[in-house]
Design a protein around this ligand. Structure first.
Ligand SMILES: [Zn+2]
Length: 202
């Protein structure tokens, strides 16, 4: 059931659509707010993300093969030489995933719930091979991400300007794996790289 909240910055009414949301970005003034005990707390202005063309739109429904999903929020990270968007999406059955879009590259990933033992960021380099659940995966990218903007709703506290290190790995059959070295701990996401042409709007 949708809940309506008031933007602490401009008083605009914001509708929360996902129960797990912790961050809501006001569509009127782009203030990023943290949701706690049913109230919104202003944690800073977000960059405007809606001025660039995008394959996805919040509130619409898209399809990849048999999987239908609707974006409810996105967060944009700068990695020095550019930026990428992480779309927080919900399936028809309520399952939550992330669709990352970096220029033409798209990966669909979900948060790994069990704790995995992964090496420290500093001990890895491009080309390092890790065994993740007995699957050999190769480090293809490692960098520092800076949160520069958000839109819609997000399930974690994303603060504009916050930085973290991450590595992207590639495995057999275009398997993707991402390790984020966040201040609060390490988070892993597992998924697959897909062909952007396999995505269509429903
Ligand atoms: Zn507002």
């Amino acid at each position: 059931m949708a809940i309506t909240l008031t933007c602490p910055s401009c008083g605009n009414q914001i509708t929360q659509v996902t129960r797990s949301s912790q961050i809501l970005v006001c569509p009127a003034c782009n203030t990023t707010s943290f949701l706690q005990d049913g109230k919104l707390e202003d944690i800073g202005k977000s960059a405007v993300l809606t001025d660039t063309p995008s394959i996805f739109q919040i509130g619409r429904t898209f399809r990849h093969k048999d999987w239908r999903f609707s974006p409810v929020g996105r967060v944009r990270y700068d990695y020095g030489d550019g930026w990428w968007d992480e779309w927080f999406v919900r399936s028809d059955n309520g399952k939550e995933s992330w669709v990352s879009v970096d220029e033409g590259e798209i990966a669909i990933e979900t948060l790994v719930q069990d704790k995995l033992n992964v090496p420290a960021y500093e001990s890895l380099k491009i080309g390092s091979v890790l065994n993740i659940n007995r699957i050999r995966m190769t480090v293809i990218e490692m960098n520092t991400a800076t949160m520069i903007g958000a839109q819609g709703e997000l399930p974690f506290r994303a603060v504009p300007g916050e930085k973290y290190n991450y590595i992207d790995l590639l495995g057999p059959k275009r398997a993707s794996f991402t390790i984020e070295y966040q201040t609060g701990g390490i988070e892993c996401y597992r998924g697959v790289w897909i062909d952007p042409f396999e995505i269509s709007e429903v």
